[in-house]
Structure formats: C-alpha cells, structure tokens
Design a protein. Structure first.
Length: 321
C-alpha cells in the first residue's frame, strides 16, 4: 500500500496575473495611458487553490505544466516558499508560462490572456505518481466534450489509488455546456461550481430548481453564489451559509479560494456548516487585496477572521431538498 504523503494534490493551471489597477480608459492606437498601479501575482485556479491550502498548513503537491522561463521559475520559487511539492510539474519545451492581464479588477474586469504552457495540461500526460500519494485530489481544466473521456478515465484511476476527488468545473468559454458533466458529478466526491455555471448546465432559470436537478446526480454538491453566500448539498440535505461582508478590491480567484477553505474544512473533519464558513472566509479574504489569494493569511488568521465575524452567519436556506 502506498503511503499518503500529501493531504491534497492539485491538478491544473498556474500562470502569471498582471493586474492593471486604476485604468479609466483603454489606449487608442498610438496613445499612452497612465494607470494607478501594475502588480504581478500568481494566478490560475489550481495554483490559487494550492497556495491557500498550503498557507493553512496542509501538505500540498502541484501537478501541471510551466514554461522554462523567468515566470515559470518565479512560480516554482513561490510554491517552494509555501512548501508546495513542485516535483511533478513538467516544464514545456514549446510554450512560455501563461500570462493573464487583468484590467480594472476593482470594477468590471477585462482580461487579455495567453494560455501558454497551461494549454499542455492533459490528463493523459500527467505524472500519476502524485495522485498515488495524495489522500485527496483536486481537478480543474474541464473542457466539455473535448476532454470529457480523459477526465472520466483519470477519475476512475484516482479512485483506484484510494484518494477522494473534488472537481471545479469552471466557466465554459466555448458555450457548449456539455451534458456529460452530470456523469462527472456522479463520479467525484465533491463537485464545485458557481451559480451562473449551475444555471447554464441545468438549463434552469432559478437556482433552487438547478440545485435540485444537480443533486439527483451529485453525492456532494457545492454552489458558490458570490456575495449571497454558498450552498452545500449532501444526500439531498441542503445547508446554506451567507457570505461575509467585506470591501472587495479584486475578485479574481475568489471562487478558487472558497474551494480551498471548504476543502480545508472537509479534510480536517469539520461539519458542512463549518466547511461553508471556511470557504466563505477564504473567499472574502481573497477579494480584500489585489492578487488571487494575497489576502489569505495562515490558518490562525482565517480562524481569527471567522471568530470576529461571529453572529453574521445565516442558515435560513437549510432545508430538505
């Protein structure tokens, strides 16, 4: 039997986020526009998830692809400082590390993105050893019918290694909203998505109806609703917790930070309501500073934030579906 060396193995994207803050206008051809600030942070859903969990004291390994360039080395160094195992990361021979330019993250965000080495993250090419040694595996990067079969095969393989699985479906920029997602829901242990994604995949116009439909397939479903909080459904029992009120500076990575907080609660033996509190706390702290999870402190800091917010948690959505 393989010894489980990691609490979590995270699979997916890691890139650079170049944040352009305080831009009142986009430059016209030949024009120069001055902005309040430009900041460089690590981005990518799987990377932000990994960093938040590592800050909270869990042992994490990352499995993905980086470019053999300055930004790739920068990400490796930042991961190493957080004691994230980088030995399973492959270096691309063809692409540089991905970059996403976020313009006005404090308002209506716009992005310019170069996928770079993230385009090479394919389930069939990943180093499987990391998954053998993790007690939990977090999957991202789903692209509907384009890679559905590869994800199903990988999920079955991870199960054979004795690990539990969480899955964040992410936004479908192709507009396909592939119905095969319901098969994924039925196969993984915890399925994350946000409210808009839920409505698109189910074709419902109201979130309660959408949750009811998905709960017929998912053993453990978590729906993120931004400033309205989050819902978890297990075995048809729904638990709701409202969001924490905080001034948002940069909403990039809030959902991934929520995932990390929720999984921290699950992996450390907390009940569903407490898992939602951890998720909401990490999501709130994430948006309080520029960068995907710059605002997230260590485990003690998250606990302190939750304690100070006592009395601001609502559970009025707690019903039997």
């Amino acid at each position: 039997m393989n010894e489980k060396q990691y609490d979590v193995v995270s699979i997916g994207d890691a890139n650079i986020d170049l944040i352009v803050a305080g831009s009142d206008q986009m430059p016209l051809p030949g024009q120069e526009v001055f902005v309040k600030n430009m900041l460089i942070h690590i981005g990518g859903g799987a990377a932000l998830f990994s960093m938040a969990l590592a800050k909270m004291g869990l042992k994490v390994a990352f499995n993905g692809v980086l470019g053999s360039d300055y930004y790739g080395r920068f990400i490796l160094d930042e991961f190493s400082e957080l004691n994230i195992d980088t030995s399973y990361i492959r270096q691309s021979e063809h692409n540089n590390t991905g970059i996403s330019i976020a313009i006005n993250p404090e308002q209506d965000r716009s992005f310019i993105t170069y996928m770079g080495s993230n385009a090479e993250v394919r389930m069939e090419d990943l180093n499987e050893n990391s998954m053998r040694y993790g007690r939990h595996v977090h999957l991202t990067g789903y692209q509907g019918s384009r890679n559905h079969d590869a994800y199903i095969q990988m999920i079955k393989k991870i199960k054979s290694f004795g690990a539990t699985i969480s899955f964040d479906v992410g936004w479908d920029d192709s507009g396909e909203w592939y119905s095969g997602i319901f098969e994924i829901m039925s196969e993984v242990d915890i399925f994350f998505l946000n409210e808009l994604e839920a409505l698109h995949y189910t074709g419902c116009s109201e979130i309660r109806e959408s949750i009811n439909k998905m709960s017929q397939h998912a053993e453990h479903l978590v729906v993120k609703m931004g400033s309205r909080g989050a819902v978890s459904v297990q075995n048809h029992h729904m638990v709701y917790r409202s969001a924490y009120t905080i001034t948002a500076v940069d909403t990039t990575g809030a959902g991934d930070s929520f995932n990390a907080g929720y999984m921290y609660g699950v992996l450390t033996g907390h009940d569903t309501g407490e898992c939602l509190q951890y998720g909401n706390a990490c999501g709130a702290l994430s948006v309080s500073a520029y960068g995907g999870n710059t605002g997230i402190p260590d485990q003690a800091g998250v606990e302190d934030f939750i304690a100070k917010q006592a009395g601001h948690i609502a559970d009025d959505w707690e019903v039997i579906v």
